[in-house]
Ligand binder design. Structure first.
Ligand SMILES: [Zn+2]
Length: 243
């Protein structure tokens, strides 16, 4: 790692993406922090044009700084989408200076926006790791989790509603099954007056299975009684479960 004079307000340190440049003192907004420097590459020079690395800083169509030298401390400044510094390009002098655009506190990482070209080529494919993008992703993940929970809750509510409807239906069925034998043996307290009346042979035919098969038969109570005694335990348990 290159030596940095202690008079400088920054140091090289570990960052999320490898190494980064961190403030060691308060750096006021607008202050020049560091110069981005290296050999100038001329696009008209074929040899220069063949040089390719991650530290090329294009000043204009013709001139590019090759900042890959380790002496160029500014190359440690990482990209951020919401940075606290900027690259101030003097095209005429072919000079680039990193300048604070916010007041930077000691310990804070210094960063600037590398621009859309760099972002598209190097950062978008792997996902930008800057604080802003990390927060955005975390927010998105939280929203996705909340949406998942909401959908799960909705599904659970729906299932519960369905289950309670089914239980109601079963209870009604069980009630009917219970009501049928009632007509014959008056012991069942749930039997309706109408069914009881019919069982006595005085009412109109009711809509029970027993009455539908032979609505007018006088022997019906007997039949119904047979039906009831078929499986009284079963209908009783069903009714119990439903309630
Ligand atoms: Zn970002």
């Amino acid at each position: 790692m290159p030596e940095i004079s202690s008079s400088k307000p920054y140091r090289i340190g570990r960052s999320k993406t490898g190494l980064g440049l961190f403030a060691t003192q308060k750096i006021k907004k607008g202050t020049k922090i560091i110069r981005y420097f290296g050999p100038l590459l001329d696009s008209k020079n074929k040899k220069h044009d063949d040089i390719d690395n991650k530290y090329l800083f294009e000043i204009n169509n013709r001139w590019t700084i090759d900042g890959s030298t380790r002496k160029n401390i500014a190359r440690y400044v990482n990209h951020a989408c919401r940075p606290n510094a900027e690259s101030d390009v003097n095209s005429r002098k072919r000079k680039v200076i990193i300048r604070a655009i916010k007041t930077i506190q000691p310990g804070e990482e210094i960063n600037y926006d590398y621009g859309t070209d760099y972002f598209k080529i190097f950062l978008k494919p792997i996902g930008c790791k800057c604080d802003h993008c990390e927060k955005k992703r975390a927010k998105k993940r939280a929203e996705e989790r909340a949406e998942k929970r909401r959908l799960k809750l909705k599904a659970e509510k729906k299932a519960a509603k369905k289950a309670s409807k089914k239980a109601e239906k079963d209870a009604r069925k069980a009630g009917k099954a219970k009501a049928a034998p009632t007509k014959a043996n008056k012991r069942n307290p749930l039997g309706t007056a109408k069914a009881n009346a019919h069982a006595r042979g005085t009412g109109k035919p009711t809509r029970t299975k027993a009455s539908r098969t032979k609505p007018l038969a006088r022997v019906q109570p007997k039949n119904a009684s047979k039906n009831a005694s078929k499986n009284p335990a079963k209908s009783a348990t069903r009714a119990k479960r439903a309630s």
